[in-house]
Design a binder for this molecule. Structure first.
Ligand code: PLP
Length: 494
């Protein structure tokens, strides 16, 4: 069965960074950028690439450069040429999909690999184990029924509703749908709300898994840049809402991935008012809402939840960040009628969530505040260690100061994040380049650095990153960093 697809020269060139800004020979920059698209999951194995001539024309380069790039990919085992039918991306048999956003890695990890490619934490030892033991006694009640519950277990829906109420968002259990994580939740909303070609507004940068989901539903993402100071830009979002009236807006105002930014209540009100005027449904991803790294004294100013400011907001939550990604428990909070419609869509795709996992999640929710408090103490120390190491070792890089979440978004002093991440992979450090958080190969000047690893590993990784950056010869004093302005335009891309 042929399940491959093809990509044309124009759409492919829109996904590539500005090759003239990359270091080394042009063909190398092209092959590295194509490899990055494959390894990041933006192009699937099996995709047929445009002809060498077609790509060369679209990129205004010589055909021999495109040919050399394809040769280079073929030599790395990432491309096969079929006589008479073209060139196809492929992956060696020992490669596999890894983590949110479908990044591919070769299965060559060893204990020394430092994985900074995803922003997630291991479970706190003992927590999931003890909840799992506790549910054995409750399971009998469910085993006598069929076990299919597309809305989720009532007791878990009630526990999630109670959590919203404690945050000042009046919520009844029938306004909660339990999902297999936040990514599943957003996919269900897209399934229900989106027709091909509809627009979805996102922040730029944004969580790559959201961009993948938007693309998978053939929607068009309109990405609105953050403000120059790394803050949430409510005015830019409101203006784009007004100009483009998208069907949905997908936003992460609570400790945004990747910047760690927090939108204040006034900004939230501004965006919600603009969305109402534009007729846009607002979807809020609260995956990181509990990962609050501010001091207790700063918390008096905690902004109001979006759903407290506007009842029509769809909120998506998850236990992946506060507890453990392997649990696969998340939820959607929306009005009861929408929850019914989402449950219908859900039943069509995966029937129901696992009863056992939901019982475990119900137990863990009892303890969530304590678990989160413990996590945040550790994470503050890790964040501070990361920022201190960056200030010492890479003083010309500009990291955001994350008031929450699990990562800092770092502006480099040259647009070479993909080249850097390739070299790092060879040295056992996996990390995601900024371009993964955009639609079209921009943000090459940025790197997301999570602070989830133990401090010693984090410091070791920063050592390797600093050394590799020096070797790339791109330190600011030898590089004309004025040549490429920071990406600040609003991007509307198919
Ligand atoms: C903003 C955001 N949303 C959703 C997800 C996926 O979460 P889940 O494991 O709950 O599906 C992630 C994971 O990194 C994320 O960062």
């Amino acid at each position: 069965v042929d399940i491959s697809s093809r990509i044309g020269a124009r759409p492919l060139s829109a996904l590539l960074p500005n090759l003239a800004e990359q270091s080394g020979p042009r063909y190398r920059a092209l092959s590295a950028a194509l490899a990055a698209l494959l390894l990041d999951g933006r192009l699937a194995p099996g995709v047929r690439l445009p002809s060498e001539r077609g790509l060369a024309d679209a990129l205004a380069m010589s055909r021999s450069t495109a040919t050399a790039a394809y040769d280079d990919l073929a030599n790395s085992g990432l491309l096969i040429r079929k006589r008479g039918s073209g060139s196809y991306l492929t992956l060696p048999a020992n490669a596999r999909v890894s983590g949110p956003g479908a990044r591919m890695t070769r299965d060559q990890r060893d204990d020394a690999t430092l994985d900074l490619s995803i922003a997630c934490l291991p479970a706190i030892p003992g927590t999931v184990e003890s909840a799992t033991v506790a549910v054995a006694a409750e399971l009998g009640r469910y085993l006598s029924g069929g076990g299919y519950q597309p809305y989720g277990l009532d007791i878990l829906r009630a526990a999630v509703a109670e959590r919203y109420r404690s945050r000042g968002v009046p919520t009844s259990p029938d306004e909660v749908l339990i999902t297999n994580g936040a990514q599943h939740g957003f996919d269900l909303v897209l399934r229900l709300a989106i027709n091909p070609g509809d627009r979805v507004l996102t922040e730029l940068p944004t969580y790559p898994g959201a961009l993948d989901a938007i693309r998978a539903h053939s929607a068009r993402a309109a990405a609105v840049p953050f403000a120059g100071d790394g803050r949430w830009d409510a005015t830019a979002i409101s203006n784009t809402l007004q100009q483009t009236a998208p069907r949905l807006a997908f936003l992460i105002p609570d400790f945004h991935n990747p910047t760690g930014a927090l939108a204040d209540t006034e900004q939230r009100r501004e965006v919600l008012a603009a969305a109402r005027r534009a007729g846009t449904t607002v979807v809020i991803d609260e995956s990181f809402v509990d990962i609050d790294l501010s001091d207790t004294s700063e918390r008096i100013h905690k902004p109001q939840p979006m759903a407290a400011l506007d009842r029509t907001v769809i909120s998506i939550g998850s236990l992946s960040k506060p507890i453990w990604g392997g649990l696969r428990i998340g939820w959607i909070r929306a009005d009861a009628d929408l929850v019914h419609r989402l449950a219908v869509v859900r039943a069509r795709s995966d029937m129901s969530g696992a009863v056992i996992d939901q019982l475990i999640a119900r137990h863990l929710l009892d303890d969530l505040d304590r678990i989160v408090e413990q996590r945040c103490v550790e994470l503050r120390a890790k964040r501070d260690a990361l920022l201190a190491a960056l200030a010492t070792e890479l003083p010309t890089w500009k990291p955001t100061y994350p008031v929450g979440g699990l990562s800092s978004w770092v502006e480099l002093d040259a647009p070479a994040a993909t080249a850097l991440t390739h070299r790092l992979e060879q040295r056992g450090v996996l990390i995601t380049p900024g371009s993964r958080f955009a639609l079209d190969g921009t943000l090459e000047r940025f790197l997301r650095i999570p602070f989830a690893l133990p401090v010693t590993d984090l410091l070791r990784a920063i050592d390797v990153i600093a050394e590799t950056w020096q070797q790339l010869g791109l330190a600011y004093d030898v590089y004309d960093s004025g040549r490429m302005p920071r990406q600040q335009r609003s991007l509307v891309t198919a």
